[in-house]
Design a protein around this ligand. Structure first.
Ligand SMILES: Cc1cc2nc3c(=O)[nH]c(=O)nc-3n(C[C@H](O)[C@H](O)[C@H](O)COP(=O)(O)OP(=O)(O)OC[C@H]3O[C@@H](n4cnc5c(N)ncnc54)[C@H](O)[C@@H]3O)c2cc1C
Length: 415
């Protein structure tokens, strides 16, 4: 416990400082990264795609489209370092089985598909930028205190009822105390009952966002594109974006990835509040996310590199985007302390709240709507779990609509 704690995160959301035009030139990329994308003189010939929203869906889609050889422009209401939206606030657990408590077989299937895409995409990002992105697939442990046995049994029955036919129990195993101790020695002797969800994983979303930003800077510069930070988009048409200053930006195709920012343009889109606490506890070791089942204060604890843990609760039925309340903070902290008293010495680095973009049926949309506007939205509480499959679907749809721009040239990190 002698490592110095990182500085606490106190900064509020960061709107990009508005200049005359409110549009910032993209940061100068490392020329070693930009050497060859859009090679072969494709710049100018490639179909032009405008993307509104540089969050999880927007960044991933922009990166994939650039790699495929399209010319891309990305617009976001905030600066790239802003952490007020859902993507940078999330715990980024990849939990197809645990999500079955709140989602159906369709989300599960998208999650399973995405879990096989993530390792490939993270390897490509690493090769392109040199950034390491923490990714683990060592399952999720679910535990409950003895007094909450009933709540654990209810949760187990809920998952079992929704597991896909033919699963044969492969994605869920019931555990006793010794098996829990073997998986997570920190919890030895503390829990006599639990569940193991072996197919689940997690990633560090701050590292993912940074790597995507580096890859985008390189690709956008090479393809004549741009990342317009601090430019809010008020309306999205099939081939144009209208910004908050009334300017129209025309493209061959536009995609709306504004998350909850698309409210008003997407019927039924609403926010579902989530709150997270990030702590630094270098003396505590967990290999995998742990979910603590409790009738009122159910929490999850996702380990991160550098002795950090992201702690969150299930969603709150509220569209309030304000800072976390004292009650939530106490509940999160108490539940964490009840998982293991060593968390009592943890340093609090960040308390944050954000709205998850949800549609009434809790299903995502990915593709053109009835008016011909392309969207990725409604990722709700499983954006990291399902985004790769949805982004791939949209990329294929765009190729079918506009034609693929031709073979891309590899972008590699020169280090
Ligand atoms: C507390 C919490 C925990 C979560 N945990 C998990 C988890 O463990 N696993 C998981 O899979 N998912 C999790 N999620 C869900 C996940 O974060 C979301 O599903 C995902 O971020 C949605 O991605 P998105 O790109 O649609 O929206 P966002 O990530 O919200 O991005 C939207 C972007 O659009 C920009 N924008 C908004 N309005 C405008 C505008 N008018 N013009 C231009 N740009 C605009 C925003 O600045 C932002 O950059 C969690 C979410 C929360 C809040």
């Amino acid at each position: 416990m002698n490592a110095a704690p990182p500085r606490a995160e106190t900064s509020p959301p960061q709107p990009f400082p508005q200049g005359g035009e409110g549009v910032r030139e993209p940061a100068a990329p490392n020329s070693a990264l930009t050497s060859s994308i859009c090679g072969g003189g494709r710049e100018g010939d490639a179909p032009r795609i405008g993307i509104a929203g540089a969050g999880l869906a927007g960044r991933l889609l922009a990166w994939r489209l650039l790699r495929a050889g399209y010319a891309v422009e990305l617009f976001d209401a905030h600066a790239r370092a802003d952490r007020s939206s859902a993507g940078p606030t999330a715990a980024a657990m990849l939990s197809p089985t645990a999500e079955l408590a709140a989602a159906d077989a369709g989300i599960h299937a998208l999650g399973v598909a995405s879990l096989s895409i993530w390792p490939q995409w993270l390897a490509e990002l690493h090769a392109q930028t040199g950034h390491d992105i923490y990714f683990r697939r060592e399952g999720t442990l679910v535990v409950a205190h003895a007094a909450d046995r009933g709540a654990l049994e209810h949760y187990t029955a809920l998952l079992r009822a929704h597991l896909p036919a033919g699963d044969g129990g492969a994605s869920m195993q019931t555990l006793g105390g010794e098996q829990i101790s073997a998986l997570e020695p920190l919890l030895a002797g503390r829990f006599g009952q639990g569940l193991f969800l072996p197919q689940e994983g997690q990633l560090a979303n701050d590292q993912l966002y940074a790597a995507l930003a580096a890859a985008l800077d390189a690709g956008l510069a090479a393809c004549g594109g741009a990342w317009h930070e601090g430019v809010a988009i008020d309306a999205v048409a099939p081939a144009a974006l209208l910004d908050a200053h009334g300017r129209r930006h025309g493209f061959d195709l536009a995609v709306d990835c504004r998350g909850i920012g698309a409210r008003g343009g997407v019927p039924g889109l609403h926010g579902v509040r989530g709150e997270v606490l990030t702590v630094f506890a270098p003396g505590v070791s967990l290999r995998r996310p742990v979910r603590l089942i409790h009738p009122r204060y159910a929490i999850y604890v996702a380990p991160r590199p550098g002795g950090q843990f992201v702690v969150g609760a299930t969603e709150l039925d509220s569209e309030d985007a304000g800072p976390p309340t004292l009650r939530s903070t106490l509940e999160l902290g108490s539940a964490l302390y009840s998982l293991h008293p060593e968390f009592g010495e943890a340093r609090v680095l960040r308390l944050a709240a954000a709205l998850r973009p949800a549609l009434p049926d809790h299903h995502p949309v990915a593709g053109p709507d009835a008016s011909g506007v392309w969207r990725i939205n409604g990722l709700f509480r499983h954006g990291y779990l399902i985004a790769p499959a949805l982004v791939r679907q949209v990329e294929q749809g765009i190729a079918a609509a506009l034609g693929a721009p031709g073979p891309q040239t590899e972008l590699r990190h020169a280090a």
